[in-house]
Design a protein around this ligand. Structure first.
Ligand SMILES: *[C@@H]1O[C@H](CO)[C@@H](O)[C@H](O)[C@H]1NC(C)=O
Ligand SMILES: *[C@@H]1O[C@H](CO)[C@@H](O)[C@H](O)[C@H]1NC(C)=O
Ligand SMILES: *[C@@H]1O[C@H](CO)[C@@H](O)[C@H](O)[C@H]1NC(C)=O
Ligand SMILES: *[C@@H]1O[C@H](CO)[C@@H](O)[C@H](O)[C@H]1NC(C)=O
Length: 402
């Protein structure tokens, strides 16, 4: 075909130019999707949503791109669903292929199909290759668009017509409906995850939330723990205020340990907490030291024993969700490791894998939860002290080497 020959010959220098251009990330946009779509009144809603989700800028910033546009009538069901912005963005980004496909190329796919990357894939938000879309030539000249995580047989979106073609820069093709997939509509990480610091600061526990935020690594450790289950004991503002001078006296490591000591890496609803007399592991536990606190139920009241002079009492619930619970307590918890010698007295932490029989005897029937964590959370050699000594001895040697 002579036409194909012409296109191919022209595309060689163009492709070279594009390769050169793509090495300069800040090169100026060569097209404007909003302006292109403005000439087509029935694509107004699609255009509005590209702008609202920020995708229009992404499209204009790409040198080689194909936009699969949907008319207003077929955008209506999507609009009616009122998806959160992030999910809407994922769905719409399935409509932006990061390669050039015009009418001619669609009907001349090698082997009758092609798998093309989209902006959903390029965003890094798609699990695996689920941001890829398969273009498949069907009998009778129909062309289907199917996301990778949707079965081919369930193809419901077909090519209608070409709207705009600027060869190897941008192509806009109209398709019959919105392309979507389970991966694109899955709740995004930021939206599904409650934020512990946020819960505390919004619900009357602001001083402690500020301590968490101000202590390097603490907030991140809290947030990371939510996925696997987290219980936070948040001291009330008055208690934090009274404790401030003592907090300031701590070393940076001590401050971090104190702040993390108020988190238990397991989710306890209030009733589960009431049924759980015994020692609990905390987020402050690291490879060398096991930081635990003791839960003691007195009637219907939950109290927490640490090295603080008086037990702390749970006085309220800020949140009790599926994986995160935050309770208010009336005093700051003080790790025994920081406030009463590190290895003396009746509170000596049992070594990992050798939990105190006392605590276990009092566990209710839910599988000895805190014990499981002891084994899971601190994989250190038994006994924190030898480990610490090895570390102290090794540190200067490492420094000399460095
Ligand atoms: C793109 O076109 C729209 C409508 O014509 C215009 O409002 C907008 O400023 C343009 N964007 C850029 C970056 O030129
Ligand atoms: C494609 O973009 C380049 C600039 O990057 C421009 O020189 C060229 O004319 C454009 N081609 C078409 C067909 O619009
Ligand atoms: C918690 O959410 C707030 C806003 O809601 C945000 O500023 C903060 O960065 C989040 N913190 C973490 C650790 O995700
Ligand atoms: C230290 O521990 C002992 C029990 O071993 C206790 O009687 C004492 O009150 C504790 N001191 C502090 C400052 O918590």
């Amino acid at each position: 075909m002579p036409l194909a020959g012409v296109v191919d010959a022209r595309s060689v220098p163009l492709l070279l130019l594009l390769v050169t251009l793509s090495t300069f990330p800040a090169c100026r946009a060569t097209h404007n999707i909003t302006a292109i779509l403005a000439e087509h009144r029935d694509l107004a809603e699609f255009s509005r949503q590209l702008t609202a989700t920020g995708l229009a800028d992404n499209i204009d910033g790409r040198n080689t791109v194909t936009v699969l546009a949907v008319d207003d009538a077929h955008m209506a069901p999507l609009k009616a669903r009122g998806l959160p912005r992030e999910r809407l963005r994922h769905v719409l980004s399935l409509h932006v292929l990061v390669d050039y496909y015009d009418d001619a190329k669609l009907h001349r796919l090698p082997g009758g199909s092609a798998v093309v990357s989209t902006l959903f894939q390029a965003s890094g938000d798609a699990p695996g290759s689920e941001g890829m879309v398969k273009i498949a030539d069907r009998r009778g000249g129909r062309v289907a668009f199917v996301p990778q995580d949707v079965d081919d047989a369930q193809a419901t979106v077909f090519y209608i017509k070409s709207v705009h073609e600027a060869p190897y820069n941008i192509s806009v093709l109209q398709v019959s409906a919105v392309i979507s997939s389970p991966a694109a509509e899955a709740p995004s990480a930021t939206e599904s995850r409650p934020n512990a610091t946020d819960v505390m600061s919004k619900r009357g526990c602001g001083r402690f939330a500020s301590l968490v935020a101000a202590t390097a690594d603490a907030a991140a450790t809290y947030e990371k723990s939510i996925a696997g289950g987290l219980t936070v004991f948040c001291p009330a503002d008055k208690a934090v205020q009274a404790f401030t001078p003592a907090f300031k006296d701590l070393s940076p490591d001590g401050r971090l340990a104190l702040v993390l000591y108020h988190g238990v890496p397991r989710h306890y609803s209030l009733s589960a907490l009431k049924a759980n007399n015994g020692d609990m592991n905390t987020l402050a536990t690291d490879g060398a030291k096991w930081y635990s606190l003791t839960v003691r139920d007195v009637g219907d009241t939950v109290t927490l024993l640490s090295a603080a002079p008086k037990p702390a009492t749970v006085t309220g619930t800020l949140t009790d969700g599926e994986t995160l619970s935050v309770y208010v307590i009336d005093a700051v918890l003080q790790p025994r490791e920081l406030f009463n010698g590190s290895h003396a007295g009746p509170y000596t932490a049992p070594s990992p894998g050798n939990a105190s029989p006392d605590a276990d005897a009092k566990q209710d029937g839910d599988g000895g939860g805190s014990r499981g964590q002891k084994n899971g959370a601190s994989g250190a050699a038994p006994g924190g002290l030898p480990f610490a000594l090895v570390f102290l001895l090794a540190a200067p040697i490492v420094m000399v080497i460095v």
